[in-house]
Design a binder for this molecule. Structure first.
Ligand code: PAF
Length: 287
């Protein structure tokens, strides 16, 4: 496994891997590090589908708002490298901020439509930061396929839109959410949770399960407002939960729905704070 910190070295390593083999598939897993089983599942999917696997670890300042957790975002390079090695990554790209942004960027990639609601509304500028850094990383790695976790379902929609609109020759591969045994969706931010907050955070996956059951019982006809109310009531039973949003939207367009009907695909997405820690979770229901 090669550990590379400079863009020119990354390009050279990928050029060398591709030399003489035009059919070689490069798979890319972009991350912000503090890797967990969710990231491991992305690396395994890339390993299965591609010949060369590139992992990037970069905590991207551009996607954090002024009062967000950039300075305390968890980092552990040694542990990340051990996980990357175990999952057989070929190249780990670990650039510093100066390498990625040698001067303040004057070019920003901004995707409209799918960014209007959910995290796009509650974290202004977040998806501009994500789209810009992913575009930069795609330009550096030039992957054939890139792997993203469905826990950030809106991020997947944003990257898919960007890749389609800008004719980027990369296949975007969404991968299922990976959960702890008790249902909590894996996230690098789970490490912030105090034990009691960690316990109460189970309400996210529990309320999504309840929503799935209610939709199934309704047999293809349900008022989205009623479903929203049922989810809110369940989350409010956890006194530490501070709801940022509960959204029921058509998937993948991410536009609000009022009536849930047979034939629709809907995304139920939650963002809830426990103390200073904001967690997201979601489920996609295909009726
Ligand atoms: O999902 C993440 O970890 C980040 O948003 C990403 C895609 C690596 C861009 O910084």
């Amino acid at each position: 496994m090669q550990v590379i910190r400079r863009i020119d070295e990354l390009r050279a390593a990928i050029r060398k891997a591709r030399a003489g083999n035009s059919a070689l598939r490069v798979g890319f897993v972009p991350t912000m590090g503090y890797l967990h089983e969710g990231h491991a599942s992305l690396l395994r999917a890339a390993r299965e589908q591609c010949d060369v696997v590139v992992l990037s670890i970069f905590v991207n300042p551009l996607q954090f708002g002024p009062n967000e957790d950039l300075s305390r975002y968890p980092r552990d390079e040694q542990r990340d490298l051990a996980l990357a090695e175990k999952e057989q990554a070929d190249i780990v790209f670990l650039p510093g901020v100066d390498e990625m942004y040698p001067s303040p960027t004057k070019t920003v990639v901004s995707v409209s439509g799918v960014t209007e609601r959910l995290c796009g509304a509650s974290r202004p500028g977040h998806f501009d930061g994500v789209a810009t850094v992913v575009m930069k990383l795609f330009n550096m790695v030039q992957p054939d396929a890139a792997f993203f976790g469905q826990k950030d379902a809106q991020q997947v929609a944003v990257i898919e839109q960007m890749a389609a609109d800008l004719n980027m020759p990369v296949q975007i591969v969404p991968c299922p959410i990976v959960r702890e045994q008790d249902g909590l969706a894996m996230s690098s931010r789970n490490v912030y949770l105090e034990p009691e907050q960690r316990q109460q955070a189970l309400v996210l996956s529990a309320s999504l399960k309840m929503a799935e059951r209610l939709v199934a019982e309704a047999r293809g006809q349900m008022d989205a407002g009623e479903l929203h109310k049922a989810i809110l009531e369940q989350i409010r039973q956890s006194p530490m939960a501070d709801v940022d949003y509960i959204e029921i939207v058509a998937y993948p367009a991410l536009q609000p729905v009022t009536e849930i009907r047979e034939g629709m695909s809907i995304l139920i997405a939650l963002a809830v704070k426990f103390g200073k820690t904001r967690l997201i979770d979601n489920t996609i229901i295909r009726l």
